[in-house]
Design a protein. Structure first.
Length: 457
């Protein structure tokens, strides 16, 4: 085992032959050797996971027992029984690695399950793409073309046009459908938490990191990652996202281990990304990486012929889920709905139908009052905003500094948030009052340092 001949050991210091150096290269003094300790004090010693050196200069891990040999009450030597534990250590190392992978997988599955359960609770149950207009049929055709591939998809469209439904349809028609579809609202992620949210972190990586956390990329491994409002990601974070898309690798925050993922990306935005690239607000290389297969989700005003089908679809689902008696809609109702421009798109239509069903009197549904009420509210708030600006301009003789404009914007947004009682989304939300997209409002509130969740009413 050691490759030694009798002449190599007879009359020589055995320690200097096979036990002279630690594995890290440090000298192993003979007085510290358990083998010689047994000769000195007559006690049985054990060596656990040490190394012996072969004649050819190589070494191997051993465990041994050094037993003193006593004759006539005197210690005359020691008997050393040792064994090579290379195979055992390799097996232990493989087992440890396997256990780490199992623990990692367990953690990932637990967090993935938590995420999916949350998605089930929050997910809009009206996830079917409804309509037979030319634009909807074109979208379905594009889904059929791109879904079987792994190409990245960019979905363009205003808020409320059903971009997420298109993403879900692509995922469910792909070979990844048995794996998770993980949704990320990019506008809702603070810049300082970007890496933790996307790539995960390890326990102790920063204050508040009380346990390991799996990031969204890892949750979506082998599946699809839906990046909603991709245009809201700050330029300094875009390069980090680009690296994962290019190389499929990342590191958790606080960890040096490089992890690999296989993820299909579907992104969505209500911005004109070409213009964002032109103005250096969006990286051109990231744009080309994402914009492989663009799909446009039309506004509801562009496909009003689908309103009858949408009304029937939403009415049935709302009545079933809200335990409301089914109420039919007349042709007059449909015409009323088709005459409206629907700035909030399908989401607004669904909201109006639900309110109409809830407020129906003696089985009679009315839309005109609800739509007029919405328009009056928007006009009222628009007037308030214009009056605020006018008042400020009067104070400054028509000119506002950049700082004053910022203060005015903070004041205006704060008023809208207070009047909507902290609600951002929906027809009674602050975004609707201000006439901007909810995700854009959230982004602006963060940039201005307004914590809309803690506004005092």
């Amino acid at each position: 085992m050691l490759g030694l001949q009798p002449e190599d050991v007879l009359s020589n210091n055995i320690h200097q032959i096979h036990h002279h150096t630690h594995e890290n290269g440090e000298h192993y003094p003979v007085e510290e050797c358990p083998i010689y300790a047994a000769v000195n004090d007559g006690i049985v010693y054990e060596g656990i996971q040490e190394i012996f050196w072969r004649r050819d200069g190589s070494y191997f891990p051993v465990e041994f027992t050094s037993t003193p040999v006593i004759r006539d009450g005197e210690i005359i030597g020691a008997v050393v029984v040792f064994r090579d534990i290379t195979d055992r250590l390799n097996t232990e190392k493989q087992l440890t690695h396997a256990l780490e992978e199992l623990q990692d997988l367990k953690s990932r599955l637990e967090q993935q399950n938590e995420y999916l359960q949350e998605e089930i609770l929050q997910e809009n149950k009206y996830h079917e793409i409804v309509g037979n207009s030319a634009s909807i049929l074109q979208i379905i055709e594009k889904i059929n073309v791109v879904a079987p591939t792994d190409a990245n998809v960019m979905i363009y469209g205003d808020s409320g046009t059903g971009k997420e439904l298109i993403a879900r349809a692509i995922h469910q028609s792909s070979h990844r459908k048995q794996q998770p579809l993980i949704r990320v609202n990019c506008a809702a992620i603070p810049s300082e938490l970007f890496e933790s949210e996307f790539f995960g972190h390890v326990k102790g990586a920063f204050t508040g990191a009380v346990r390991d956390r799996v990031g969204r990329f890892e949750l979506a491994d082998q599946g699809t990652l839906f990046l909603d409002e991709i245009g809201e990601i700050q330029p300094e974070q875009q390069s980090k996202l680009l690296r994962v898309l290019q190389e499929g690798t990342f590191e958790r925050v606080g960890e040096e281990k490089t992890r690999h993922v296989n993820v299909r990306i579907i992104a969505a935005t209500n911005r004109n990304l070409k213009e964002e690239v032109k103005h250096k607000r969006f990286r051109e290389d990231l744009y080309f990486r994402l914009n492989v297969f663009p799909i446009y989700a039309p506004a509801l005003r562009e496909r009003k012929e689908d309103i009858p089908l949408l009304v029937t679809h939403f009415t049935k689902l709302i009545c079933d889920s809200r335990k409301i008696n089914y109420l039919p809609f007349s042709q007059k109702h449909i015409l009323e709905l088709q005459q409206y421009d629907w700035p909030g798109n399908i989401r607004e239509l669904q909201n109006v139908i639900e309110r109409a069903l809830i407020t129906a009197k003696q089985g009679v549904v009315s839309f005109t009052y609800l739509l007029e009420q919405d328009q009056q509210l928007s006009q009222k708030l628009s007037k308030i905003s214009r009056q605020n600006i006018h008042n400020e301009l009067q104070k400054t003789e028509g000119v506002l500094t950049i700082e004053q404009l910022k203060e005015l914007e903070i004041k205006n947004f704060s008023i809208a948030v207070k009047q909507s009682k902290g609600k951002i989304f929906g027809d009674d939300g602050a975004a609707k009052l201000l006439g901007i997209n909810p995700t854009t409002l959230i982004s602006r509130l963060k940039k201005l340092g307004i914590d809309y969740k803690s506004v005092i009413f």
